[in-house]
Ligand binder design. Structure first.
Ligand SMILES: Cc1ncc(C[n+]2csc(CCOP(=O)(O)OP(=O)(O)O)c2C)c(N)n1
Ligand SMILES: [Mg+2]
Length: 668
C-alpha cells in the first residue's frame, strides 16, 4: 500500500526527472510543495479529472508558475488527459507541458501563470465570479454555484506589488471561499547570491491580517496532518479569505541542494538526483510510477462521483427553476442571449436616430446602459474613476462585503483590476470590463498581455484618450499608448470617432470570444458623423471610407481615428475648396481592419494614392499605412497642460496644418 510519503515522492521524482531531461526548469518548488499539494488535491479539491470544464469545480491556481512540473505531475497523477509522454516532453515544442502552465493548452490549467503575482490576482477574480454567480443563480435549497478557489503562491508573488492590490481588495470584499497556501521557503532566485533577508523582510502574516484576511501562521508545510487541519480551518471561514503560511524547504529531499537558491531554477544534476532517490527511498526509474502509487493518486472515480452528485442537484434545480438553468448553461458556455441580434440592432438604431455630439466616454456609458439590462453577465468597474470613465449605469449594484452585484469599485489598482478581470473571465459566466485613464493602461499592461495570450473576453474602457483631455497635462496625456496597445498580439484596440462607432466597438468587444478589446474614448465631445449604409457596415471592418472624395477619384487619402476624424472631415472640405479631392478613411480599429481580406483593404486604401494619417499619438505606427512617402500628423513628444483646443493647435492638429501637408504631398 502506498503511503502519503510515497505519493509525495512521486511528485518529487517526476519534477526532478522531467527538469533533468529537459535540461531546464524549476525542480525546487514542486519538491518543496509536494505535501501541501497532496493534501489539497487528494483530500479537499473538488474536481473531476474526466471533466475539467465542470461548472462547479473548485478552481486551483498555481501562482508560482515556474514550478509548473508540480501541476503537470498533479494533473497526470490524478487522471487528467496528460499522459506520461507529455511529462517526458516537458518544455519541448508543441508539448502540453510548456515551461510555464498555459490555460487553454493543458486541460486542468485554469490560468496561465509565471508572471509572478498575477495568478493570485486571477484567483481573486475567480472568487468574485463565484460569489456573483452564486448570488444570481442560487435559490433556497439549491446552492448550485458553490465552490472554492485555492491558490499556491511563493515569495515572488508576495513581493510583487500586484499581490497587495488584489489581496487587499479580496480582504475588503470578504472572499471567504478564497484559500491561499503560501510557500514560505525563504528562497528566491537571488538566494544563489545572497540571503533573502537582504531583499524580503515583510511580516507577511501581519500584512494579510491588515487586509482583513484570516491568517493561519506557522504551518509545517511538510506535515500533512497540520496542512489538512489548516485547510479545514480555512474552509470554515464565513467572512474572510484565508492565507495558510506554510514553512517549507525548497527541493526537500535533495541532500545537497535542498534549501538553496541553486534548486530554484536549474536541473539538480545526475549525481544529486541519484542521491535524492536514495535519500527519499524512491527506487523507480525516471517517469515510472508504481501501480499502488498511481491507484492512490487517481481521482477520476471520486471526481466523477462529485460531479454526478452535482448533476443530480442541477437536474432538480432545472425542474424547479427551468429558466435559470437554461440561463446558467448559456452563461457558462459564454454564449450571448438568443435575442442578441435584435439587441444589437436596437442599440445601433438608437444612436443613429439620436445623432448626438457627445464625448465617446459618454457614448460608451450609453452603450453600457443600453446593453447591460439585456446582458446580465456584464460586470465591470473602474479603478477609482467611475465619474470620469463613466462606467456606471442606472442598474449598477456594487459588489460588497457580502452578496453579489454587477459593479466593482476596484480602488486605485489598475494592474490588480485587470488581472482580477482576467480571473472573472476565466471562471466563465461573466463578461468583465475594467476602466481607467488610457495613460494608466501602462500600469496594467502585463495583465492586458495575459488576457490577450489567454484569449479572454475582457473589455478595457480607457478614457481620456489623448492630449485632448487638456489641463491635466503631460502626466495624464497618453502619447504612445494607443499604438502600444495595438501591437500586443490578439488585443483589439478601438478608438471610435462618435456615438455610432462607440456602440459598434462595444458590440464587437462583447461578440468577440477569443480575446480582449480596449476601447479608447475621448474626454471631450466629438461630433456625430453621418454615414450611408455602406459606411455604417464598414465600421465593424475596422476601417472604411467615411467620406468619399468629390467625384469619387481621390488624389489623396486622409486616415484618421477617434477625435481626429472630424478634423480630417473638415480638412477634406477645405481641400475640396482648393480643388484637391481627398477621401476620409475612419480607422476605429486597425487590428480589425488588418484582418479583412486584401480586396477590401485595397478598396479602402487603393495603391498609388498618397496618404496622410492623423492621430494624436506617436507617428511610427501609422507608417505601415502611409508608407515612407506618406505623411503622419502625430505627436512624438509629451503633451502640455492647457485647454485641449490650445494643445491641439500647438501640436499641429488644425485644418490648416492638414491642408499644408496634403498640398505638399499632392504636389510631390
Ligand atoms: C513578474 C515576474 N518577475 C520576475 C520573474 C522571474 N522569476 C521567476 S521565479 C522568481 C523568484 C520566485 O521566488 P519564489 O516565488 O520564492 O519561488 P521559489 O524559488 O521559492 O520557488 C523570479 C524572480 C517572474 N517570473 N515574474
Ligand atoms: Mg521562495
Amino acid at each position: 500500500m502506498a503511503t502519503r510519503n510515497d505519493l509525495c515522492n512521486a511528485i518529487r521524482a517526476l519534477a526532478m526527472d522531467a527538469v533533468q531531461k529537459a535540461n531546464s526548469g524549476h525542480p525546487g518548488m514542486p519538491m518543496g510543495m509536494a505535501e501541501i499539494a497532496e493534501v489539497l488535491w487528494r483530500s479537499h479539491l473538488r474536481h473531476h479529472p474526466g471533466n475539467p470544464a465542470w461548472a462547479n469545480r473548485d478552481r486551483f491556481v498555481m501562482s508560482n508558475g515556474h514550478g509548473s512540473m508540480l501541476i503537470y505531475a498533479l494533473l497526470h497523477l490524478t487522471g487528467y488527459d496528460l499522459p506520461i509522454d507529455e511529462l517526458k516532453n516537458f518544455r519541448q515544442l508543441h508539448s502540453r507541458t510548456p515551461g510555464h502552465p498555459e490555460q487553454g493548452l493543458t486541460a486542468g490549467v485554469e490560468t496561465t501563470t509565471g508572471p509572478l503575482g498575477q495568478g493570485v490576482s486571477n484567483a481573486v477574480g475567480m472568487a468574485i465570479a463565484e460569489r456573483v454567480l452564486a448570488s444570481q443563480f442560487n435559490r433556497p435549497g439549491f446552492d448550485i454555484i458553490d465552490h472554492r478557489t485555492y491558490v499556491f503562491l511563493g515569495d515572488g508573488c508576495m513581493m510583487e506589488g500586484i499581490s497587495h492590490e488584489a489581496c487587499a481588495l479580496a480582504g475588503t470584499l470578504g472572499l471567504n471561499k478564497l484559500i491561499a497556501l503560501y510557500d514560505d521557503n525563504g528562497i528566491s532566485i537571488d538566494s544563489e547570491k545572497g540571503k533573502i533577508e537582504s531583499w524580503f523582510t515583510d511580516d507577511t502574516p501581519k500584512r494579510f491580517e491588515a487586509y482583513g484576511w484570516n491568517v493561519i501562521r506557522g504551518v509545517d508545510g511538510h506535515d500533512s496532518a497540520a496542512i489538512d487541519h489548516a485547510i479545514q480551518a480555512a474552509q470554515a471561514q464565513t467572512a474572510r479569505p484565508s492565507l495558510i503560511c506554510c514553512r517549507t524547504i525548497i527541493a526537500k529531499g535533495a541532500p545537497k541542494k535542498a534549501n538553496t537558491g541553486a534548486a530554484h531554477g536549474a536541473p539538480l544534476g545526475a549525481d544529486e538526483i541519484a542521491a535524492t532517490r536514495a535519500n527519499i527511498g524512491w527506487n523507480h526509474a525516471p517517469f515510472e510510477i508504481p501501480a499502488d502509487v498511481r491507484a492512490a493518486w487517481d481521482q477520476r472515480a471520486r471526481g466523477a462521483a462529485l460531479e454526478a452528485d452535482w448533476n443530480r442537484r442541477f437536474e432538480d434545480y432545472a425542474k424547479a427553476f427551468p429558466a435559470e438553468a437554461v440561463e446558467l448553461r448559456r452563461r457558462m458556455a459564454g454564449e450571448l442571449p438568443a435575442d442578441w441580434s435584435a439587441v444589437r440592432q436596437a442599440v445601433i438604431d438608437k444612436v443613429i436616430s439620436q445623432a448626438e455630439t457627445i464625448a465617446t466616454r459618454k457614448a460608451s456609458q450609453n452603450a453600457i446602459e443600453a446593453l447591460a439590462p439585456r446582458l446580465p453577465e456584464l460586470i465591470g468597474g473602474s479603478a477609482d474613476l467611475a465619474g470620469s470613465n463613466l462606467t456606471m449605469w442606472s442598474g449598477s449594484k456594487p459588489v460588497a462585503k457580502t452578496g453579489g452585484g454587477n459593479y466593482l469599485f476596484f480602488g486605485v489598482r489598475e494592474f490588480g483590476m485587470c488581472a482580477i478581470a482576467n480571473g472573472m473571465a476565466l471562471h466563465a459566466g461573466l463578461i468583465p470590463y475594467a476602466a481607467t485613464f488610457l495613460v494608466f493602461s501602462d500600469y496594467a499592461r502585463n495583465a492586458l498581455r495575459m488576457a490577450a495570450l489567454m484569449k479572454q473576453r475582457v473589455i478595457c474602457v480607457f478614457t481620456h484618450d489623448s492630449v485632448g483631455l487638456g489641463e491635466d497635462g503631460p502626466t495624464h496625456q497618453p502619447i504612445e499608448h494607443a499604438s502600444a496597445l495595438r501591437i500586443i498580439p490578439n488585443m483589439d484596440v478601438w478608438r471610435p470617432c462618435d456615438t455610432t462607432e462607440t456602440a459598434i466597438a462595444w458590440l464587437a468587444a462583447i461578440e468577440r470570444r477569443d480575446g480582449p478589446s480596449s476601447l479608447l474614448l475621448s474626454r471631450q465631445n466629438l461630433p456625430f458623423q453621418k454615414r450611408d449604409s455602406t459606411a455604417l457596415a464598414g465600421i465593424a471592418k475596422g476601417g472604411y471610407v467615411l467620406a468619399e472624395a468629390t467625384g469619387g477619384k481621390p488624389a489623396l487619402i486622409l486616415i484618421a481615428t477617434g477625435s481626429e476624424v472630424s478634423l480630417a472631415v473638415a480638412a477634406q472640405e477645405a481641400l475640396a475648396a482648393q480643388g484637391v479631392a481627398a477621401r476620409v478613411v475612419s480607422m476605429p480599429s486597425s487590428n480589425v481592419f488588418d484582418r479583412q481580406d486584401r480586396a477590401y483593404r485595397a478598396a479602402v486604401l487603393p495603391a498609388g494614392v498618397p496618404r496622410i494619417a492623423i492621430e494624436a499619438g506617436v507617428s511610427d505606427f501609422w507608417r505601415k499605412y502611409v508608407g515612407l512617402d506618406g505623411a503622419v500628423i502625430g505627436i512624438d513628444r509629451f503633451g502640455e497642460s492647457a485647454p485641449a483646443t490650445e494643445v491641439f493647435k500647438l501640436l499641429g492638429f488644425t485644418v490648416d496644418n492638414v491642408v499644408k501637408h496634403a498640398r505638399a504631398l499632392v504636389a510631390a
